[in-house]
Design a protein around this ligand. Structure first.
Ligand code: COA
Length: 160
C-alpha cells in the first residue's frame, strides 16, 4: 500500500492546499494530510481547530485521512509507513527551501522521497498568511478558502 503524507501548518487550509490534496489523493492508495508545527511561525488557529477544518474540507474525498503531529516529519513518516511526502510548489522562490527540507528529511529517513506538485496558476499568490490578513480587516476571502469553512474563518479572525 503506497501511503503519502501531505504536511503543512494549514493555518488555515486554503484552496491552494485543497487543490493539492485532491490531486495527490489520486496518485496514492492513501494520503495523510498532517497538521504540523512550523517553529518559525506563530499560529492563529489551534492544532485541533486546524484538524477540524481540514476534516470538514476533505470529507468525502476518498483515501484522505487527517491527522496532527508535533514531532519531526521524517519520524511521523516512519511511524505511518509512508514512502512519500507531497508538497506544493507555488513559485521558483519556494524551491530552494523545499529542496533543503526534502534533503534533510531523506537524511533523517532514507526511505522517504519528496514529490512536488506545481500549484495552479490562480493559487500561486495564495498563502495562509494572506487569508488571515484579509480576514482580519473583513475583506473578501471566498476565492481563497473552501466555502465550507469560509464563514468560520471570517468570524474567528475579524477584528471587532
Ligand atoms: N497553494 C497555496 N498556498 C500554499 C500552497 C499551495 N499549494 N502550498 C503552501 N502554501 C502556503 C502555505 O499556506 C504557507 O503559507 P504561510 O507561510 O502564510 O503560512 C506557505 O505557503 C508555506 O507553506 P509550507 O512551506 O508548506 O510551510 P508550512 O508552514 O505550511 O509547513 C512544515 C511546514 C510544518 C511542513 C514543516 O515546518 C515541518 O515539516 N515541520 C515539522 C518538523 C520538521 O520535521 N522539520 C523539518 C526538519 S528538516
Amino acid at each position: 500500500m503506497k501511503i503519502a503524507i501531505y504536511p503543512g501548518s494549514f493555518d488555515p487550509v486554503t484552496n491552494g492546499h485543497f487543490d493539492i490534496i485532491k490531486r495527490a489523493a489520486k496518485l496514492f492508495d492513501k494520503l495523510v494530510v498532517v497538521v504540523m508545527v512550523n517553529k518559525s511561525k506563530q499560529a492563529s488557529f489551534s492544532i485541533d481547530e486546524r484538524v477540524e477544518m481540514l476534516r470538514r474540507v476533505t470529507e468525502g474525498i476518498p483515501k484522505v485521512e487527517v491527522d496532527s503531529y508535533t514531532g519531526l516529519l521524517a519520524e511521523y513518516a516512519r511511524e505511518r509507513h509512508a514512502c512519500t511526502v507531497v508538497k506544493g510548489l507555488r513559485a521558483v522562490s519556494d524551491y530552494e527551501y523545499e529542496f533543503q527540507m526534502a534533503l534533510a528529511n531523506r537524511r533523517l529517513n532514507p526511505n522517504l522521497e519528496t514529490i512536488f506538485l506545481p500549484a495552479r496558476g490562480e493559487y500561486q499568490f495564495l498563502s495562509s498568511s494572506a487569508v488571515k490578513e484579509i480576514a482580519r480587516y473583513g475583506g473578501e476571502i471566498s476565492y481563497m478558502v473552501p466555502k465550507i469553512i469560509e464563514k468560520d474563518i471570517a468570524e474567528r479572525l475579524k477584528i471587532k
